[in-house]
Unconditional design. Structure first.
Length: 588
């Protein structure tokens, strides 16, 4: 595993590698937290408020929860001099997105009984969220998850998050191996503190004195910022490698995994008006054989732990560390710590992203059905006449009979995986009866995605999830009018520049600027290897449609055979190509 960081080389380099200055307040909070415990237990017992203290509301993130309140009713409660209706959002840890039918039934029941929105929200990182859990029910929530073999450790906060794995259901052996690596990476990089078990599962406190023993990889102040890891199986870049700090690109020989190309330093977030923040594609460090996987992961994490910016959180992610210290310096340190040398990257190609919907047969003879779930929101949708789209009931009915597993994809969809030939019809019928499978869903809708935003996200500047369905209706009409029916554009909306809906890897990316206003970015490619460029600022919803109409008219008339929208807008010069993210992303 990684070498001690107090070697002469590192000590000598420290002055240039470490950002000096007053540490951010989160660093104090982590240092004082006694390995993520804080005073959460005391806070839980305080029923005078539905919320947590400021420090604890940060700390519970490392246990997979965010304190929130419903922004639709915030002003009204303020008027009535009531505190915000505090609740928590929980995000589960689900490496590779795999969940069994029994587990699904467990979370389905919890969502009914204890969440104020009654939904299960599939996320862009292959897991699910509950929204609206009140303080008295939080402990029960963790115990319920634990009883079905799930947890939410380290799905938020300054730690390694849920590890993604391509959802490829077809090449079953390769997928199984890649998935096992995603699970091993997740376990290996998890916080080792027993805080979660003690606080939520009432397990006994075990006294240990040495920090290095408690957190050998993450250390007592954990990472400078969130950290994201993937395992991806080309040619499908469905997990969007360039959104992630650390990526293991599976290299196979005759369907068998032999090693990984390692990509480091991707990330999409930025802050409007702050050019020191930017989206950045990951850099290719080279190839490693399988036995070095955990050592390399650990070396990348510990290098970022030691060199990441703990003064300014806006520049704390791995992408900024790489740009500050230099890619070669960072890579050499990873090699030193892991005790390996990267060899030349093996050839691979990403040809597409997204999910392939409908049935596919795996090479193991099993069948897999990918369902499109708009915005990942699993809910029994209703209007004044009653339930119109019973998605949640449908998923539960399928879970009650399904013998395989479910795979949540990184595009907020779900695969009913491992269905025997004899069970196909019954599963398909249930899916159709409950609105989970619909032959009329357009390609455009399937290529569109939005983050949660209002009403639960405290950082939302504009609508995203609630805006997307109507936006797609309108874009479908525009495409039809411009002789492009059946065509699609990767269209993504995020309610603010944090980029949770990965708009910064979209052919058309809309990034919330204020209520009803978006910055419009154009020009990523189908493989997701290019960051789009700012095209128009502060556009309202009508303006968005006017722009899309004008742009797709040109695309329809002037494109080369089979040319994708993102490639077209770059080729004809509507936007410049962002080649080196930082330099070309902003104009000066
Ligand atoms: Fe995210 C913060 C939702 C994927 C970058 N994200 C948030 C919070 C927790 C708001 C907050 O801090 O209070 C949002 C909760 C909304 C809600 O009510 O549920 C939120 N992020 C989401 C999800 C649910 C979006 C979705 O619609 O699926 C995704 C959950 C992923 C998961 O299961 O772990 C989600 N977030 C992403 C992604 C995309 C990805 O990872 O593929 C990104 C961009 C990639 C990246 O990290 O660069 C992303 N979220 C952020 C950031 C900006 C981080 C940064 O580098 O500055 C924040 C804000 C922060 O951390 O300060 C954020
Ligand atoms: Fe919230 Fe912004 Fe993330 Fe959307 S992109 S979920 S608005 S933090």
């Amino acid at each position: 595993m990684s070498k001690d960081t107090n070697t002469p080389e590192t000590t000598q380099a420290k002055s240039v590698l470490i950002v000096e200055g007053k540490l951010s307040d989160n660093e104090r909070m982590k240092a004082e937290s006694n390995f993520l415990r804080g005073t959460i237990t005391t806070d839980l017992q305080n029923r005078m408020t539905g919320g947590f203290t400021s420090d604890n509301s940060q700390l519970i993130r490392t246990h997979g929860m965010y304190q929130q309140d419903d922004r639709d009713i915030r002003a009204e409660r303020q008027k009535q001099k009531l505190e915000p209706l505090h609740n928590v959002m929980l995000r589960a840890r689900l490496p590779g997105g795999i969940i069994t039918p029994k587990q699904w039934l467990g979370i389905d029941k919890f969502a009914d009984d204890y969440t104020s929105y009654g939904s299960i929200r599939l996320t862009t990182r292959q897991t699910f969220q509950f929204h609206g859990v009140l303080k008295p029910d939080i402990k029960l929530m963790h115990q319920t998850l634990n009883s079905i073999g799930l947890d939410s450790i380290a799905t938020a906060g300054d730690v390694n998050r849920n590890v993604l794995c391509t959802s490829n259901p077809v090449e079953s052996q390769l997928h199984q191996e890649a998935y096992q690596w995603a699970t091993k990476l997740s376990e290996h990089l998890l916080p080792k503190t027993r805080a979660y078990a003690e606080i939520w599962l009432d397990e006994e406190k075990v006294e240990t004195t040495e920090d290095a023993v408690i957190e050998p990889i993450l250390g007592s102040t954990y990472l400078p910022r969130k950290f994201k890891t993937t395992v991806v199986i080309p040619p499908n870049n469905d997990i969007d490698v360039h959104a992630n700090d650390l990526n293991f690109v599976a290299i196979s020989d005759n369907g068998k995994l032999i090693g990984f190309n390692v990509l480091v330093g991707g990330g999409l977030a930025m802050t409007h008006g702050d050019k020191a923040t930017y989206p950045r594609c990951a850099d290719d460090f080279g190839f490693i054989s399988l036995e070095h996987t955990l050592a390399v992961a650990e070396a990348v994490v510990t290098t970022q732990r030691d060199w990441g910016n703990r003064v300014n959180r806006k520049n704390a992610k791995t992408k900024y560390t790489l740009d500050r210290v230099g890619i070669d310096t960072f890579k050499a340190e990873v090699e030193r710590r892991a005790g390996i040398e990267f060899s030349e990257s093996r050839a691979y190609e990403f040809t597409h992203r997204g999910d392939s919907f409908g049935w596919v047969a795996g090479i193991d003879g099993k069948h897999h059905l990918t369902l499109f779930i708009e915005n990942g929101r699993i809910l029994d949708f209703s209007n004044n006449n009653g339930v119109i789209k019973p998605l949640k009931t449908g998923m539960a009915k399928i879970a009650a009979v399904h013998q395989g597993d479910f795979r949540i994809t990184a595009n907020q969809n779900v695969i009913i995986a491992g269905v025997a030939e004899a069970d196909k019809n019954a599963i398909e019928q249930l899916a159709r009866e409950h609105g989970l499978l619909n032959d009329t869903t357009s390609n455009q809708r399937k290529s569109s995605m939005a983050c949660v935003a209002f009403p639960t996200c405290p950082l939302a500047m504009a609508e995203a999830e609630r805006y997307l369905p109507k936006l797609v209706d309108d874009v479908e009409a525009i495409l039809a009018k411009n002789d492009l029916e059946g065509e699609s554009i990767i269209l993504r909306v995020t309610g603010c520049p944090n980029g949770c809906g990965r708009a910064m890897l979209a052919e058309i990316g809309l990034v919330g600027k204020g209520p009803g206003k978006y910055n419009m970015y154009l020009g990523s490619d189908l493989a997701g290897s290019r960051v789009p460029k700012l095209y128009q600022e502060n556009v309202d919803e009508a303006g968005v449609l006017t722009e899309i109409d004008a742009l797709t008219q040109r695309w329809s008339k002037e494109r080369q055979q089979g040319e994708a929208f993102g490639d077209f807008v770059v080729r004809v010069g509507i936007v410049e190509q962002v080649k080196i993210s930082v330099r070309d992303f902003y104009d000066d």
